[in-house]
Ligand binder design. Structure first.
Ligand SMILES: [Zn+2]
Length: 355
């Protein structure tokens, strides 16, 4: 069932049971999204001189034993997804493996605990900023494995959460970083998905940074107690930034001095710098009265346009280099609800989805 939001809609899918059966079910429901992603993946491989799809699959497969050891159930979901979509598993796995983040790309995140919010609730909030064509690649998914708490999230192709919150009150949001120490290892999507099976903050933080990872997002992990962590990872190390002030803002560059030497090229992070400072300044004004409207306002900001917090495609750039806010999501961890605005938050409305 699609929810219409001023002409825009995000598909909703759900699946439960064994991990393999979840994969099959989501694969069938999101086959069109998977096939479109596959077509683009092939085209991107074709653009790389000297690379073939077989080489990419073989390279990706090197990390599969590590991924299986870290989170075998997610591999089972992917095996089911391959069968549900009719795609080859090796291809599904290769497509999940880490894609480099383009120059200037990336998202904006804010998390805040109950001390600063109007209704004494904990919020984790996120703008998803990627190539505009990804607008039709995401859907709202409710995934309830037989052996996990279950979560609601916004997932690429129905299976790969970019943000989510589980029934134990753990949320995973966050943004992309560009570390200079990437290596063969567990793909960065695996920790994201595994955090969403955590029943408490200890497991969530542990799983957000597996030592055998090949890359890392900045994984923002929060719990219902208002514990707020920004896990700034590279492939080989991390720093755990804590929301000492009761809130936290993050964009796409390393904030911890410990991590500065892992920044691949700070010259490409100007949008990130502007969005970080701007979001911090705007959000501070609302402390004590933070509610859904706060996020709508901050996430719709256009200073630095088009590479602003609310990002719009820059017509001067080619399709692959453009960035757009394809959705905005606010998790209320206390009341276990997810508010999602499809498309740019300056235009759309947030719609409530219960866990
Ligand atoms: Zn806008």
């Amino acid at each position: 069932m699609d929810v219409e939001v001023r002409g825009k809609a995000l598909r909703e899918v759900s699946a439960s049971g064994s991990h393999y059966n979840i994969g099959v079910s989501i694969g069938k429901q999101c086959r069109d999204q998977a096939l479109r992603a596959h077509k683009r993946f092939r085209a991107s491989v074709d653009r790389m001189p000297g690379t073939t799809i077989d080489k990419v699959k073989a390279q990706a497969k090197l990390s599969l034993p590590l991924s299986r050891e870290f989170y075998p159930e997610f591999v089972e979901e992917m095996e089911g997804y391959a069968d549900g979509t009719g795609m080859e598993f090796d291809l599904v796995y290769a497509m999940l493996c880490d894609q480099p983040l383009g120059v200037g790309k990336g998202c904006t995140d804010i998390a805040v605990n109950a001390q600063w919010t109007k209704d004494d609730v904990v919020f984790a909030a996120h703008n998803e900023d990627v190539e505009p064509y990804h607008s039709s690649d995401v859907c709202i998914a409710r995934i309830t494995p037989k052996d996990e708490p279950g979560f609601i999230g916004v997932c690429y192709g129905g299976l790969y959460p970019t943000v989510g919150m589980n029934a134990s009150g753990i949320s995973l949001t966050g943004n992309a970083l560009v570390p200079n120490d990437t290596r063969m290892g567990i793909p960065k999507m695996f920790p994201v998905r595994k955090v969403l099976k955590a029943k408490g903050i200890y497991d969530a933080l542990t799983w957000s940074m597996p030592p055998a990872r090949g890359h890392s997002f900045n994984n923002i992990v929060c719990d219902v107690n208002g514990e707020i962590y920004s896990m700034e990872g590279s492939a080989t190390t991390f720093d755990a930034l804590y929301g000492h002030d009761g809130y936290l803002v993050h964009t796409n560059h390393y904030l911890s001095p410990r991590m500065w030497r892992f920044e691949e090229d700070m010259h490409t992070r100007m949008s990130s710098v502007i969005r970080y400072n701007r979001a911090s300044k705007l959000f501070k004004r609302h402390l004590g009265q933070v509610d859904l409207h706060t996020f709508k306002e901050v996430f719709s900001d256009h200073v630095g346009h088009p590479e602003s917090i609310c990002r719009h495609p820059d017509p001067r750039l080619g399709e692959e280099d453009q960035t757009m806010t394809i959705f905005s999501a606010v998790f209320d961890l206390t009341r276990k609800a997810m508010w999602v605005c499809a498309g740019n938050p300056c235009e759309g409305e947030f719609v409530k989805h219960e866990l």
